[in-house]
Design a protein around this ligand. Structure first.
Ligand SMILES: [Zn+2]
Length: 485
């Protein structure tokens, strides 16, 4: 009887703790604007964008800011330390230059830590029980060009053993110096991962990286899994079904795997995609909430109550998503018609210092795609897919004129003389020199039209679909074809 009563008390206590984490996350969610670092409003951030934010931390006695070293091209890499507790936590972001979401969130986390409001008790719990070490933007040269690799064309996440790059040495040295209890390895992943076999984007994926080929679980890795279980519980409230688990194959050259092996409980957070969040500002908020609730969990050691089975229950990242699937189109090959689904993906492109996100769309899959999902889908039953046609002279860049081109199956026109960019902001492609020739084939650029009984039903311009009735013309993104210049 007494045991029963104790069990009841324990169950009550644990439920209460879970509610505590979720109440707290709701406060973070609701008050987020108070912590948002407003000077960082864009995912194409560079060292010069975060430098003033870091510089300002030097005026706050909560933080110790130091210089860890420099990148290949001489950009500074900083360490920001705060808190005085016995549990050490090392958080590093953007070792891949084109993976900026968590760096933005770290700027918000600094604002949270130095704020003075009704969340002070939690703030104090974190700062008294942990010592936090932040290394934001480990690869500033890559960030400068919005590229994965550093200025030596090295993937820093394959340089943990050979340690050729100054950036990898910086991370290894600080890890060894602190011998951190917990580590947060912060990345962005493809927006095309799904959470399990589903149409749900893996908006956030987690991993407690393996430290050997056998994927064994020691206490240190187990603790990372338990922190992830709590983070998953919290994020499921805001992005239900959109949390995945990253591939856990051991990679002997990667930092996450090695830092796990060196005894730091390592947590990988990968930010994926979320509908209508091209700039990843909502996912930045999810990083903010996930990381702070984890720090609270580490400070209170509440993760210890979790079960690692719940970690394994998080759905694996899968590749079941395409940006656009056109279903059941008829396509002509060698004078015969075939029924094909057309899977289209869009590569993100970045043009110099321009902060617009642009894409180039290509045909990534052909055939029976009934087992796959598209963010956008279009049923082309009864329609044939035909290579896009070319206009011989420029037309007005007005909705009505472009629509009338689409109705003729025309998806490209000569470039207006004064247009300088590599992309168009219109639902039409431009070309210079000889006209490009489009094909509806695997690997080709996605430029075609769909017709039924001789009538054009939709144009596909650079991977974006424009039905001739009710198309959205606001967000055009054509390409400028210059190949034959
Ligand atoms: Zn990465």
């Amino acid at each position: 009887m007494r045991n029963f009563y104790l069990l009841f008390l324990l169950a009550f206590f644990m439920t209460d703790m879970a509610n505590g984490q979720s109440d707290f996350s709701k406060k973070l969610f609701d008050n987020y604007d108070a912590y948002l670092e407003k000077s960082i409003a864009h995912q194409y951030l560079k060292r010069e964008d975060i430098a003033p934010v870091i510089e300002a931390l030097k005026n706050n006695k909560l933080f110790e800011v130091s210089k860890l070293g420099e990148s290949v091209e001489g950009r500074e890499i900083n360490l920001i330390k705060c808190g005085s507790g016995p549990t050490s936590v090392l958080l590093w972001s953007q070792m891949h230059g084109d993976e900026p979401t968590a760096t933005m969130a770290l700027m918000d986390i600094f604002n949270f830590l130095m704020a003075d409001d009704k969340l002070n008790p939690v703030r104090q719990t974190i700062l008294e029980n942990t010592t936090l070490y932040f290394v934001p933007m480990l690869n500033p040269d890559g960030a400068e060009r919005f590229e994965r690799r550093n200025a030596l064309d090295l993937d820093l996440n394959r340089d943990a053993l050979r340690l050729q790059s100054p950036e990898a040495n910086i991370l290894k040295d600080i890890r060894d110096e602190i011998d951190a209890d917990f580590g947060f390895n912060l990345h962005d992943q493809s927006t095309l991962y799904s959470a399990g076999v589903s149409a749900n984007q893996a908006s956030i994926s987690f991993l407690a990286p393996a430290y050997n080929w056998e994927k064994e679980v020691n206490e240190s890795r187990g603790n990372a899994m338990k922190v992830i279980v709590q983070m998953n519980d919290v994020l499921q409230k805001y992005i239900p079904g959109k949390v995945g688990k990253y591939n856990d194959t051991f990679e002997p050259r990667a930092f996450g795997d090695n830092i796990q092996k060196w005894g730091t409980s390592t947590i990988l957070i990968e930010t994926g995609g979320y509908p209508n969040d091209v700039e990843k500002q909502f996912l930045r908020k999810m990083n903010f909430i996930g990381i702070i609730t984890s720090l609270k969990s580490i400070a209170e050691k509440s993760y210890q109550n979790e079960n690692i089975d719940d970690y394994y229950a998080i759905p694996d990242n899968k590749r079941y998503l395409f940006d656009l699937i056109i279903r059941n189109a008829q396509i002509e090959f060698y004078d015969k018609m075939y029924t094909m689904d057309i899977g289209i993906n869009r590569r993100r492109q970045h043009e110099g210092d321009n902060k617009d996100t642009q894409y180039s769309g290509y045909i990534a899959e052909f055939g029976d795609m009934s087992t796959f999902y598209g963010y956008d889908e279009f049923d082309a039953s009864g329609m044939t897919a035909q290579p896009g046609k070319i206009a011989q002279k420029p037309e007005k860049l007005k909705e009505a004129s472009i629509k009338s081109l689409h109705k003729k199956g025309i998806i490209a026109m000569p470039k207006p003389v004064d247009y300088e960019r590599s992309f168009t902001q219109f639902p039409i492609n431009f070309y210079t020199g000889e006209a490009p020739e489009f094909k509806v084939r695997l690997g080709a650029s996605a430029n075609f039209y769909l017709e039924e009984n001789g009538k054009v039903k939709a144009a596909v311009v650079n991977g974006f679909l424009y039905p001739v009735e009710n198309a959205n013309f606001d967000k055009g993104n054509g390409l400028v074809f210059k190949a034959n210049e």
